[in-house]
Design a protein around this ligand. Sequence first.
Ligand code: UN1
Length: 521
Amino acid sequence: MGVKMLKKGLSFLDGKNEETSSDFFESQNPSNLTDIIAVFGSATKPQVEKACQRAKEAFKVWKKTPAPIRASIIQNLGKLLEKNKEALSKIVTREMGKPIREARGDVQEAIDTCNFFVSEGRRLYGMTVPSEMPNKELYTYRRPIGVFACITAGNFPVAVPSWYFVPALVAGNTCVWKPSHDTPLTSYYFAQLLYKAGLPEGVFNVVFGKGENSTGAWLIEMVGKGLIDKFGFTGSTAVGQKIGETCGRHLQNPCLELGGKNPLVVMEDADLDLAVNGALWAGFGTAGQRCTSLGNLILHESIQEPFLKQLLQKVSEIKIGDPFDESITYGPMISETFLKNHLRNLETLIEPHHKLLTEPNGQVTGKKKWKNFVGDADRGVYPFPTIVANVKPSDKIYSTETFGPLFNVMTCKNIDEAIALANNTGFGLSSAIYTNTPKIIYQWKEEISAGMTSINNSTTGAEAHLPFGGNGKSGNGSRQSGVWVLDQFTKWQAVNWDLSGKLQLAQMDTGYVEPDLQYTI
Ligand code: UN1
């Protein structure tokens, strides 16, 4: 890499403005902590307010811009993302450490999202509805909501923001974004691509900064000031609850995409090779830092032994290390903080009755080595893969999201037990089952409480045009992606247009025809 990409002091951006702040934070390469990629500043409260005001002002014009024109800017964004795919992917990998081929997938997901929504600009369909009166027309329209504010996480720094902003903008909303403080430079370039795509001034505003007692918290405060009409958040359940409370007080319904404790069930008739590969990817892809990552592996007792034997063999062969190496399974954690949280989880969630199936655990270093390590472990924040067995439903680890390369193993005797274990964590984001029995698949689909489920596929890897979102502690039932997300970014307006020239009263003047109830066959 070598290239210095420093953007010193940038804290607030609307395409033209760059202002410094005193509360600086560094963006550090997690595979090489001495590589400081950028120094940003936290936007101040007045700056956050200014960004919202600017979005509010721009909404007046943007909502009247024809939807196909709004969508043509998204088409431009898609083209720019394609052109810059490799460069942006490298920044993603350097900034948050996901393997380069996954970073390309992250950017591709944003391109796919643009492609999907370009033609939505020519639909945004409403309905014409028959009236119960003569000479009267009924219609429904999707209207934009207004100023959309959004806080996103660092694990999918391109795909997830695109899930929010692409449909929000096509639908006619204006935006204020507080990206993760782990990925400010990626976010800076994502915003630049949006401006270069041709967005008018004020339509899209970025406030860089941290969350608690900082930019993120101030952005949430703006809901109370009447400057925000819709909130979106991808991150922890705890923060999501706070946002939900604030929005609820102001009668708003935020889009919340929160944590998961995603189950993957393997039944006795499953293709074991397939299931082992699925579990490995679900558990350790992105170093377990996806909201869709595997939490509880639930094995039918009859296949537990051969399954774990194969799984542990494969785990021992994975490559960990330099995220720019094309062959690694996973690289470093997103940042030092994520590694610390992972180490704390190992300390606080693993109990004496648990059995660790992997050794060693904790942080990979030059001294505490991983056999197939690529690069210099001491330079970054690399975790060992951890699999915990003998887990019971009453254990904290069963129902706590760990967001790292760690998952539990549990066993079941039948599908009823498997479904109970899958559903009782309180979360309900993603899930998976490996089986070839249609009856079991049918029962699983009917009874699994997660928002998303895979059959003979991993818990992670949702496609960009299927509804994405969870239930319970995983969200408030909101869904992103595909046509479904339009309900997040538009409000329905019902119009009735009476051309009769007289006051026609619905229900009362309606010419219903009385049946002859005396008639029997
Ligand atoms: C997230 O971790 O917040 O389904 C999103 C997946 C990815 C998106 C994950 N397409 O794993």
